[in-house]
Design a binder for this molecule. Structure first.
Ligand code: DGT
Ligand code: CA
Ligand code: CA
Length: 573
């Protein structure tokens, strides 16, 4: 049984316990376990098979460990079956619809026989939901909207598409007179790899003017709702964008609330309850006096709760609140820390630009170094380098380096053949400063073969970096089957770095993998895999992944000085 399936069962248990009106701490324990297991970089079944313990996982105690073991060993959980039998079958599905709470869900199933989303849609359409006593048109309408939004959210948008759209919106709206802030909160601000919708927040002297400009934006296809301080629109492709404006003195509270994640907010709220405080998008209320305190900045908001500031990328309820309590939130890597890029192509293979154009663009970004890593002449890769052409390219790199005034590393992206050998002769590999190795073919190999294949490549003394280690393409190609823990170990044993490929369609390593790699002390590099100068700008996506992985600057090779990078490249050679 996979982690996602186990997590789903624990989440269901939490929902059912909530329905029963059980103790909140018990409910929270299951929610935490669900999230911990969902975010785990290793499959629980593998850990158990290898005789490992689950107790090291934060959020997993004795009871959860026992239940997980039962699930993995038998494929079933007695406790869950019994709990489920107490309720109508569709109840947990209905609870996933925003706005459907335990009471409503119970009435929908018992009074209307609604057990699936399809049933619910039918019951909404033929007026049965609105006809329920004490329910009414308004509740039915709300559920209808929530369902439509849920359907749209099934198609999540890669952050690489959402972020440019947000910037377009920002650039127009920030020209409206009196606008002070316009920023995206939600999953986009947390830098999740995909977003379900976009939640924009702002402050302005005249909010209505901003709303009017917003609904008239050229990319807006449909206006779903428009008020004086709030609006919801659909843009091309059906993506929903919300905008909400508040008073300046309230901006911190609003931003905090709508940045989420929902789980982070729930955890904060539970903790605040114990302090006698209640949290909302309007501020922090002292429950005894009823006094509400408002916050212009998130920093002050967290401070009021006795917490260190928590960067949005960490707000997933995976231990950040406990860390913030102890002042142990690290200072995360920032785009401005980046001194160079380790993965770039030119017209010498399948890139679109000259070495000089790439070098000039890197220099313009303030970089100290750039690696030119064109493809080897492997099968399937267009226009790869031969021994002779590599020699010519190296000569040109040295000329451009002088001319542009930036350190250029000569390099290659060498294909890892299906048997783990490298698709370039020794004499080529030995000549360049940096070798980036990657799998580009035979991706359906079984886990053992694939793992051995990558490890063999990493064991070559020439290979410095394993690029896009899991080969996934976001919402297009599943990751290859590889024992990623074994790859981390090989990385440590061979002093090979692992890449966080920053192309928005890859983001590979992804956040939870990079998190685990960092924890183990694996060297990480961010590579944009640029094929033209503008692609160097993908760096910010790689930095986003690194921040979600709790990386500090020193964890990322790209922040090292030229001398430090050169020392790394010479290691053991
Ligand atoms: P998405 O849009 O699916 O990629 O993910 P988010 O995180 O942007 O979620 P969204 O758009 O539904 O809501 C934005 C934020 O609003 C969310 O991260 C936290 C806050 N929020 C929404 N619903 C709730 C809720 O029921 N309770 C709490 N505490 N916060 C919520
Ligand atoms: Ca959102
Ligand atoms: Ca939203």
């Amino acid at each position: 049984m996979k982690n996602t399936a186990i997590a789903k069962i624990f989440q269901d248990i939490a929902d059912l316990l909530e329905l029963k009106g059980e103790n909140v701490f018990k409910i929270r324990a299951y929610q935490r376990a669900a999230r911990a297991i969902e975010h785990l970089p290793r499959e629980v079944e593998v850990i158990l098979r290898e005789g490992g313990s689950l107790r090291d996982i934060t959020g997993v105690g004795e009871a959860i460990e026992k239940k997980t073991t039962e699930l993995v060993n038998t494929g079933k959980l007695q406790y869950y079956e019994e709990l489920r039998a107490e309720f109508p079958p569709g109840i947990t599905t209905l609870l996933e619809v925003p706005g459907v709470g335990p009471k409503t869900a119970m009435r929908l199933t018992t009074e209307l026989g609604v057990n699936t989303i399809e049933d619910l849609e039918k019951a909404l359409l033929d007026g049965r939901v609105a006809g329920l006593s004490r329910m009414g048109e308004k509740t039915a309408e709300n559920i209808k909207h929530a369902l439509a939004a849920l359907r749209r959210k099934d198609q999540r948008i890669p952050i690489g598409e959402a972020l440019p759209l947000v910037e377009q919106i920002q650039s127009v709206l920030s020209t409206v007179p009196g606008v002070k802030n316009i920023i995206a909160a939600g999953s986009l601000r947390r830098f999740r790899e995909t977003v379900g919708d976009i939640d924009m927040m702002g402050t302005a002297d005249d909010p209505e003017k901003v709303i009017q400009a917003f609904v008239r934006l050229p990319m807006v296809g449909q206006v779903l709702a428009q008020g004086t301080t709030k609006a919801t629109v659909l843009v091309a492709g059906g993506l929903q964008v919300d905008l909400r404006l508040v008073e300046h003195h309230n901006f911190g509270s609003l931003l905090q609330y709508f940045t989420g994640s929902k789980q982070h907010n729930i955890a904060l709220r539970t903790r605040a309850q114990r302090q006698g405080l209640s949290l909302s998008e309007y501020g922090i209320t002292d429950v005894r006096s009823g006094q509400i305190e408002t916050f212009a900045t998130e920093e002050d908001y967290y401070k009021r709760l006795g917490l260190q500031y928590i960067p949005p990328e960490l707000r997933e309820d995976t231990g950040e609140i406990e860390k913030a309590e102890k002042g142990q939130i690290p200072s995360l890597v920032e785009l401005s820390d980046i001194k160079g890029d380790f993965h770039a192509h030119t017209e010498w293979s399948d890139g679109n630009s000259s070495i000089e154009d790439m070098a000039v663009a890197a220099k313009a970004r303030g970089y100290e170094y750039l690696a030119i890593t064109d493809h080897s002449a492997g099968r399937g890769i267009a226009h790869g380098l031969s021994v002779e052409r590599l020699k010519q390219q190296i000569a040109e790199v040295r000329v451009v380096e002088q001319k542009v005034g930036i350190r250029l590393f000569t390099g290659m992206e060498v294909d890892i053949r299906s048997d783990g050998t490298l698709d370039a002769p020794e004499e080529m590999l030995a000549q360049v400063d940096i070798v980036v190795a990657a799998v580009h073919s035979a991706m359906s190999q079984d886990q053992d073969k694939m793992t051995q294949r990558m490890i063999k490549a990493m064991e070559s003394p020439h290979v410095d970096i394993l690029a896009h280690p899991t080969c996934r393409l976001l919402s297009e190609r599943e990751p290859v089957s590889v024992d990623i823990e074994a790859i981390y170990r090989a990385s440590l044993n061979n002093y090979t770095a692992l890449e966080i490929n920053a192309m928005p369609s890859r983001l590979d390593l992804k956040d939870i993998h990079a998190y685990r790699a960092r924890e183990l002390g694996v060297k990480l590099v961010i590579g944009t895999d640029s094929h033209r100068p503008e692609h160097l700008g993908y760096m910010r996506f790689g930095v986003g992944v690194a921040r979600r992985a709790w990386c500090r600057a020193e964890d990322i090779l790209n922040t090292w000085t030229l001398a430090e990078v050169e020392a790394f490249l010479r290691r053991g050679k």
